[in-house]
Design a protein around this ligand. Sequence first.
Ligand code: UDP
Length: 320
Amino acid sequence: MTEDTSKDDVHAVVTGGAGFVGSHLVDELLADGYRVTVLDNLGSGRRSNLEHISSDHLTLEIQDIRNPLPSFDRIDEVYHLASRASPTDFRSHAVEIALTNSEGTNNVLSLASEHDARILLASTSEVYGDPKVHPQPETYNGNVNPRGPRAPYDEGKRFAEALASAYEQQYGLDIRTVRIFNTYGPRMSRTDGRVIPTFLDQALRGEDLTIHGDGSQTRSFCYVSDLVRGLRRMAAEERSDLTGEVVNLGSTAEISIRSLAETTLEVVDSESSLTFEERPPDDPEVRRPDIGKARELLDWEPTIPLEEGLERTVEAFTAR
Ligand code: UDP
């Protein structure tokens, strides 16, 4: 007899499940037989990210997590991803972002607590700010400007981690935290504002690629399917040893933004030129995760090289 590994009666709530990362996670949970409820206010998430799914195991509730959350009979797992995450939104939606990550996170943790559900908290490399330690290990406490333009998101996520730790200490919740570094792939909006969709969109339209500053600042870009595999491993039920842990997930292939622009032109086979614009304040100079902990605890590392991930993203962008 084969072992039944189906999650047929397991109910997962995914906040931000209509978003870029969230919708890919929902695909994987449904494929494993989960019942999934997505809570999303469709602020940066989009209904179209879930439109390919016909499963009656999926429920989409249009819900802003800053407001009181609906009641459920049962919740086994909560994946808390809801928040705008593009730096172009940090100014235009500053208060929303700060409160989604503070009040909203409190509502989500409180809901999980009522059901004694396991929680995967999506944090961010932004908790390291403009890092003075490179690469960034989980033990680094960061260099964040609490009053700068990135503060609503950066400090919001730092507070979300602090609040999660408070729930752990006071109520013994099973919370696992991932710090997600730059991630890209299909279902990012071409107008999202983040660098990869922006460069791809510009290259596909034959417009100049807009480099902030001289493009010497670095990032490392992880393809979304690699990230989602890491999220699933971190949330695994049988891994009670992961309770209370925080783990970086991201690519270690560090690249300058100028090289990213050049790679984009090659992948798209575009004749576009590069233009140089003012660098936004507090834009981190370097960023690359130390993923030693993810390797050790989760046997995880990214597998999709940048060029391949960009090609897949172009395909999705041109098919939409
Ligand atoms: N960037 C750029 N041109 C753009 C958009 C972004 O040069 O059109 C730069 C941005 O200033 C930053 C890097 O690309 O140095 C990554 O930006 P993104 O908004 O993708 O995410 P971040 O890593 O800053 O959160």
